[in-house]
Design a protein around this ligand. Structure first.
Ligand SMILES: Cc1ncc(C[n+]2csc(CCOP(=O)(O)OP(=O)(O)O)c2C)c(N)n1
Length: 362
């Protein structure tokens, strides 16, 4: 279905959410139509923020917003849906567009399987009325569904259901690549544990390594790699612990910077690869291109802070991080790029966990 025909039926002029690869057609359409004009389109740090932002839009305009997300984001909206939007509280209408990863019967990665299985059940429990959209869903079915008086409605989007024929390209002015930054990091991290973030960072790390026991790949739980790294660092004080994060992920749960900064483990090195983009799911911008993450880390209590633009300065920062005993933050600017032939981890998540635990406890 052409995404424009779909969006026209919704009759909304405010869209907010977190991008998803299943929703690439929608995301590209929104970027081409509105860019990031905050009157019409805001890419939020996490999906719960989008649900709340949509509530504010409704309160001030009386109009219904559209909130878009991958089904992994349902976890982040549970609280605003139950305690803000639900009819037992403020009874605020919203339309959700949800990319269905891990649909039963459709092959997907381990982090999507359980979320995929419970997606429709969770919507039922949240009292969100849904319509599943496939390639062959007719526009009339969508029009009929929109006439339903449910306040909270969701479209659950199957693989390939939406299409958009215009190409959108996402770029920045940065020079390094994420994969090469990761290669540099692991040349300095040696035998220390590495915790990597969701998306292509973990996929690239996996491909760069010959053996995988030193790495914990945070394949799901976007935004939580640095909290996992904090937990490891506190109990593994004999060695450095390296966290390779993304800007979108760091923003998603940015409160954790304050917690890490206040706990201040001197063996933790937190690297944020900042491409100002959600590159792994298509390239939509994050706000990390407009703010100064390094200054935020400094204010939160990180002791050594570096912002690097090229490989020489990256190496200088990595040497300092390795050799000093200080909570370190390295923001490495990267272009919006990944290889077309990038693979996926070939070991199971539980093999990864077991190998990592054996390594770390030996
Ligand atoms: C809660 C949640 N929302 C959305 C996603 C989909 N998702 C996977 S990776 C990613 C982008 C990550 O961006 P960033 O951390 O900047 O890393 P990059 O891909 O740019 O390297 C998104 C949005 C997800 N996995 N989980």
């Amino acid at each position: 279905m052409d995404v424009k025909n779909f969006v026209d039926i919704l009759g909304c002029d405010f869209f907010t959410g977190v991008p998803d690869s299943r929703l690439k057609a929608l995301c590209d359409y929104l970027m081409n139509t509105y860019g990031t004009d905050p009157k019409h389109h805001i890419i939020t740090a996490n999906e719960g923020n989008a649900a709340a932002l949509g509530a504010g839009y409704y309160l001030s305009s009386g109009k219904v917003p559209v909130i878009y997300m991958q089904n992994s984001g349902l976890g982040n909206i549970v609280n605003p849906v139950t305690s803000l939007l639900n009819s037992k509280v403020y009874d605020i209408p919203e339309i959700f567009i949800i990319g269905w990863r891990g649909e039963p019967g459709v092959h997907d990665e381990p982090q999507h399987i359980f979320q995929g299985e419970i997606t429709l059940r969770l919507l039922d429990d949240l009292q969100i009325k849904y319509l599943v959209i496939s390639k062959d869903t007719g526009l009339d079915e969508i029009k009929t569904f929109m006439q339903d008086d449910y306040k909270l409605k969701a479209f659950v989007i199957r693989k390939g259901a939406l299409c958009y024929d215009k190409k959108v390209s996402y770029q920045n002015n940065y020079f390094m690549t994420r994969e090469e930054i990761i290669r540099h990091v692991i040349s300095f991290s040696g035998e220390n544990p590495v915790i990597s973030t969701t998306g292509k960072t973990s996929r690239e790390l996996f491909e760069l390594r010959e053996t995988h026991e030193r790495d914990f790949l945070t394949v799901g739980s976007m935004g939580h790699a640095s909290s996992i790294a904090l937990g490891v660092a506190l109990n593994h004080s004999g060695s450095k612990v390296w966290c390779i994060d993304g800007d979108g992920a760091a923003l998603m749960h940015m409160g954790t910077l304050a917690i890490i900064g206040s706990v201040r483990p001197s063996n933790l090195i937190h690297i944020v690869i900042n491409n100002a983009s959600h590159e792994s799911v298509g390239g939509l911008p994050t706000s990390a291109g407009k703010i100064n993450l390094s200054d935020i880390a400094k204010s939160c209590g990180y002791e050594a802070v570096f912002r690097v633009k090229d490989y020489d300065s990256l190496d200088i920062a990595l040497v300092a991080a390795r050799d000093k005993n200080a909570l370190t933050f390295i923001e490495a600017e990267a272009k919006i790029f990944s290889r077309d032939n990038l693979g996926r981890p070939t070991t199971t998540a539980q093999d990864n966990k077991n190998a990592f635990m054996n390594f770390i406890n030996s």
